[in-house]
Design a protein around this ligand. Structure first.
Ligand SMILES: [Zn+2]
Length: 287
């Protein structure tokens, strides 16, 4: 059964480790992540962006697939199904569809409107037992064709949004989505520390976990980061393994074209990536 992400993240914050949010794109992704979490006895959060939701045939389709796997694959570790960077309407759709956690990304609204909508969604999510994440400031990336260097959130604004009753909070500390540029300045631990001073026990979320060096990840965890989002890294690992299979001509040998064979190296690459991240985040054995 899916669970809210609140308890697993409160435990992570208290225990000084982080739980990975791994974004899913299809059945292979989902199965690889769930099986790895079970094998390593780690809690896990499956992230679904609005785009991935559409791609996979809608939120209800995803809820059906994930719930089916939890039962048929005997997954007993805590699993949360979380809407990633959801708009206002998508949040309600996911609450209805049976997700166990949502993120409301109101970062593009003026702060007053972001606050109003966040308050309303906190009440709606909590009424149905879901956890909710909010974002302060905006986390850059190359999505708009421009690579942002990563803004830093205002700690006072973080405290204000934290007080609205969200269960965990994403704040920009120089992190960005996608691959990091060569001249990236690194994470701002000063900002992170200032945010944690004001928000106390609230678990903090680090978006854009791909390519942040291990020592920075560990330091961020020591300063209150309890959830780390990983998306691009699994995509790169999947693509590289699939490329290798095709370039070796294996799809043309025997029944190598069978999708169960063709997609197997990519699925294994996702498992390896998830394992590596869980080791780095310290969540193994914490289920
Ligand atoms: Zn993000």
């Amino acid at each position: 059964m899916l669970v809210s992400a609140k308890e697993m993240l409160d435990k992570a914050k208290a225990g000084h480790y982080a739980v990975g949010q791994f974004n899913i794109n299809n059945l292979e992704w989902t199965k690889s992540i769930l099986q790895t979490a079970q094998e390593l006895s780690s809690p896990v959060i499956l992230g679904v962006s609005e785009g991935a939701g559409k791609y996979m045939g809608g939120y209800k389709t995803i809820v059906g697939m994930v719930n089916g796997m939890l039962e048929e694959l005997n997954i007993t570790v805590p699993v949360a199904l979380h809407l990633d960077h959801g708009g206002y309407d998508a949040c309600y759709k996911c609450i209805e569809a049976g997700f166990s956690s949502i993120m409301f990304d109101g970062s593009h609204y003026p702060i007053e409107e972001n606050v109003e909508k966040t308050k309303e969604l906190v009440a709606a999510a909590h009424e149905k037992g879901l956890s909710i994440e909010a974002e302060v400031g905006s986390i850059g990336g190359e999505e708009d064709g421009v690579i942002g260097m990563g803004e830093c959130a205002d700690p006072k604004e973080c405290k204000m949004v934290a007080d609205l009753g969200v269960d965990f909070l994403a704040a920009g500390i120089g992190n960005i989505h996608g691959k990091y540029p060569a001249n990236w300045q690194g994470l701002s631990f000063e900002t992170l520390d200032a945010i944690q001073q004001l928000t106390g026990d609230l678990p903090l979320v680090l978006h854009g976990g791909t390519g942040i060096p291990a020592d920075m990840i560990k330091k961020a965890i020591s300063l209150g980061v309890s959830k780390i989002n990983v998306n691009t890294e699994c995509q790169l690992a999947f693509a590289a393994a699939t490329r290798e299979y095709i370039e070796a001509g294996k799809d043309q040998q025997g029944k190598g074209y069978d999708p169960r064979k063709l997609l197997a190296p990519g699925a294994q690459a996702i498992k390896d990536t998830v394992k590596e991240k869980m080791e780095m985040f310290g969540s193994i054995g914490k289920a």
